[in-house]
Design a protein. Structure first.
Ligand SMILES: Cc1cc2nc3c(=O)[nH]c(=O)nc-3n(C[C@H](O)[C@H](O)[C@H](O)COP(=O)(O)OP(=O)(O)OC[C@H]3O[C@@H](n4cnc5c(N)ncnc54)[C@H](O)[C@@H]3O)c2cc1C
Length: 428
């Protein structure tokens, strides 16, 4: 029997500010289930929830704790769509999967919001949209063409000029922006913990602090040797994404690992009332992207690509965040940060996610390119559907062969160097 509790040793602001409870449940005995799911993030928990709802017995094995990976470290932008504009997705995925992918991802936030509503997940949900901010005139041109494409598909998006953007963000530094009314923000750890609660409510089991160490095909099913016991399952789903270890050969080599860091201020009360007054989450068109949002306690949460260098109260990232806020909001005054953290993102060469059928009854979805709230939720549901009889041709994208990225380790290091250099330059 697991216990619900509030935990010390938080991995992010969201870990401490989440109104949902953590669930800690060590593995005490061997198990036999229909589906064993490795990883307790959005993907694993959505898979568990939907498998359990579809009548399969499901067990999630999480090496650390719920939301330990990208899911609990995220910015919390519930985006509609992926990095590519719709036409590019169609070009890459073809006439059958392309339009379906664009439609399902366009509806992705609605799926997330409906799960939040259905399971009464306490995750600071706001449905006021997201703002893609133009860092330069070229960025605004890119947003204008995205706007035209989404408009053609009758999506509720608005192109904002400089003044309209200034009113939404509280600074005139952007050259305009794209407001996507389908999107919104959440406390990502709250959503993840809420999904865990919903999955358990539907009958799924979750064990935490349990690493899957070996995976072996066993007759018609699978055996997982884990810290704490052995699991036998007909199907296995790997929801390990950017935190993939060596459990399955080469899976950690199908993406380039990059980092994204964030710092959160202390609650700032009315001093920040003019900043993102409608609480949209914002990210920009710069090559080294940055993000900004305001949570329900009036903390500003600012981030960019790379790792935290230094600590919450001093060092390079702390200086970067202070300078960035001072440049955007010269009248803001002194700022104190209360949390600093980073997490890993799995980037694929074409910036599209993957669903792999690694072996009979063994599936994974991976490589979300920093778009995991909707992707993990949708793919978890899709894989659960696959295990209960849906046709693979109904998936949001085709199952492809595993392709490793030989340059990934070196690219990871190069990106990390460039991101740190950016922090240094922008802190001067
Ligand atoms: C800093 C940051 C900001 C982001 N911002 C956004 C955003 O604003 N919007 C958005 O949509 N997406 C965002 N993303 C991306 C998103 O967070 C991820 O795509 C998403 O969380 C992936 O979910 P997942 O469940 O697939 O994997 P994860 O949440 O990474 O979970 C993988 C889990 O697997 C566990 N695990 C690994 N190996 C084993 C093993 N052998 N045995 C047991 N457990 C194992 C890990 O402990 C981990 O908990 C961001 C990511 C980061 C890092």
């Amino acid at each position: 029997m697991g216990i619900a509790m509030t935990r010390n040793g938080a991995i992010s602001l969201w870990d401490t500010s989440s109104a949902e409870e953590d669930y800690i449940n060590p593995m005490v005995e061997d198990a036999t289930v229909d589906v064993a799911i490795v990883g307790g993030g959005f993907t694993g928990l959505s898979t568990a929830l939907h498998c359990a709802e579809n009548g399969l017995s499901a067990l999630v094995l999480e090496a650390n704790h719920i939301g330990f990976g990208g899911s609990g470290r995220n910015v919390g932008l519930v985006n509609a769509g992926v990095w590519h504009p719709p036409a590019k997705v169609r070009e890459k995925l073809g006439d059958t999967f392309g339009p379906r992918f664009v439609r399902r991802f366009g509806e992705g936030p609605e799926k997330v919001f409906s799960l939040i509503e259905k399971h009464q997940i306490r995750c600071e949900v706001t449905k006021t949209g997201t703002l893609h901010a133009a860092h330069a005139p070229s960025g605004f041109e890119d947003l204008r063409s995205r706007y035209k494409e989404w408009k053609r598909l009758e999506a509720p998006v608005a192109l904002l000029d400089r003044d309209e953007m200034a009113a939404k963000v509280g600074t005139s530094m952007f050259h305009g922006g794209l407001l996507d009314h389908r999107a919104g923000t959440i406390n990502p750890m709250g959503y993840c913990q809420g999904l865990a609660r919903a999955a358990r409510g539907a009958g799924a089991e979750i064990v935490t602090g349990v690493r899957a160490k070996k995976l072996r095909k066993d007759g018609t099913g699978w055996t997982i040797e884990a810290t704490g016991g052995t699991v036998k399952a007909k199907y296995v789903v790997l929801g390990t994404n950017a935190y993939t270890d060596e459990l399955w050969p080469n899976l950690s080599r199908v993406f380039t690992k990059i980092h994204y860091f964030q710092l959160a201020t202390e609650p700032m009360g009315n001093r920040v009332a003019h900043i993102l007054p409608e609480r949209q989450g914002l990210w920009d068109t710069g090559q080294i992207m940055f993000s900004l949002r305001r949570d329900m306690e009036n903390r500003l949460i600012i981030g960019s690509m790379g790792t935290i260098v230094g600590s919450v109260g001093q060092g390079l990232s702390h200086r970067w965040a202070r300078k960035k806020l001072a440049r955007m909001y010269p009248d803001l005054g002194p700022v104190t940060f209360e949390a600093a953290w980073h997490g890993q993102i799995a980037m694929t060469p074409d910036h599209l996610p993957r669903i792999y059928n690694l072996d009979d009854g063994l599936y994974t979805s991976i490589g979300y390119n920093g778009r995991g709230i909707t992707t993990g939720t949708l793919f978890g549901e899709a894989i659960a559907g696959l295990l209960t009889g849906s046709d693979p041709s109904d998936l949001p994208l085709p199952i492809t062969d595993v392709a490793t990225v030989p340059t990934a380790p070196i690219m990871s290091r190069l990106y990390q160097t460039a991101f740190t250099a950016n922090q240094i330059l922008r802190s001067l």
